[in-house]
Design a protein. Structure first.
Length: 312
């Protein structure tokens, strides 16, 4: 899949694993339609999903301590929570990053304190110089799970043509079978708007999406999913689902992300985040099942949590 954003937006994205509810999710980290961050303002791949902004802060309730260290060529982060410990490392060799060439190596390791399971991820990212108005990006990602010896290899390749058009594909392979194969085309006429069409070739699902920026502080995103095989029931029983999201940058330090999902059930997610100072950030996330609330008002249909992130 592709991800196409301008430089300011790239600096906001993150590929760090996060906690979803009470469980750490490999799927959330590697798929999420999610966002990959590349250093030095390098453009990235995977289309901006409605979920991507929410994922950065939403429902990360278990993470309460973080140690961060950086050098000109490397970045290291250690996080400790009541579910386990997470260590992340990134290395960007200077001798390979010359003349618009970009190479980055990285890994992250999550140790579950309850099960003792170790989940490790390794990645290699590459961006080529421009040749004949074409530029290549590639990411190779390997996931290892000690509990069930899970091995998953992911590869993402993207081509940018004349700066406005992008083509790409992404595959997941578990060394036994091809699990996922996706293709995508995107068009970005300017810094404020882009449209993409993504197809999951194996599951025969098509996604049409777009993003529009209104001024510098409001951004709207829409995704429409269609199941070609018509096996999945979506909104009102049709094989169609929709996500509509909006990001509102209230001030330099405060931001609100909202999303409504029209599927078999209507879901509403919201994250309000505020950076108190250079080191301290507070986020409040809420998740509501509107369909169940209307039919059965109950506290179990609400999910609210608070994340306090402190960086040394």
């Amino acid at each position: 899949m592709l991800f196409y954003k301008n430089h300011k937006e790239q600096q906001k994205t993150s590929n760090k694993p996060f906690y979803s509810g009470n469980a750490f999710s490999l799927k959330a980290q590697t798929r999420l339609n999610q966002t990959f961050k590349m250093l030095h303002n390098v453009q990235v791949f995977k289309t901006a999903s409605v979920d991507s902004e929410l994922a950065k802060d939403s429902f990360a309730f278990n993470n309460f301590s973080q140690v961060f260290a950086t050098t000109p060529q490397s970045t290291s982060t250690i996080k400790i929570g009541n579910k386990g410990a997470l260590a992340e490392f990134q290395f960007t060799p200077k001798n390979l990053n010359i003349k618009n060439n970009f190479v980055q190596l990285g890994s992250d390791h999550f140790l579950n304190s309850q099960s003792g399971n170790l989940l490790s991820n390794f990645h290699l990212r590459y961006r080529s110089p421009v040749f004949a108005n074409i530029r290549l990006w590639e990411t190779v990602h390997l996931a290892l799970n000690t509990q069930d010896t899970l091995k998953t290899l992911s590869n993402t390749v993207n081509l940018q043509i004349h700066e406005k058009y992008l083509l790409g594909f992404a595959l997941d392979y578990d060394f036994n079978d091809l699990k996922s194969l996706e293709a995508e085309a995107a068009y970005k006429p300017n810094d404020f708007r882009y449209i993409y069409l993504r197809s999951n070739i194996l599951s025969k699902q098509v996604t049409l999406g777009g993003q529009e920026s209104f001024r510098n502080d409001i951004k709207g995103t829409v995704e429409i999913d269609y199941d070609v095989k018509q096996e999945k029931k979506g909104f009102m029983g049709y094989p169609v689902s929709m996500k509509v999201g909006m990001e509102n940058q209230l001030t330099h330090s405060s931001k609100v992300n909202s999303q409504i999902e029209l599927n078999e059930e209507i879901l509403f997610n919201q994250v309000c985040s505020h950076r108190l100072n250079r080191n301290l950030k507070v986020s409040v996330a809420s998740k509501s099942n509107i369909s169940k609330i209307l039919s059965e008002p109950s506290p179990k249909n609400y999910n609210v949590g608070v994340l306090v992130k402190w960086t040394f």
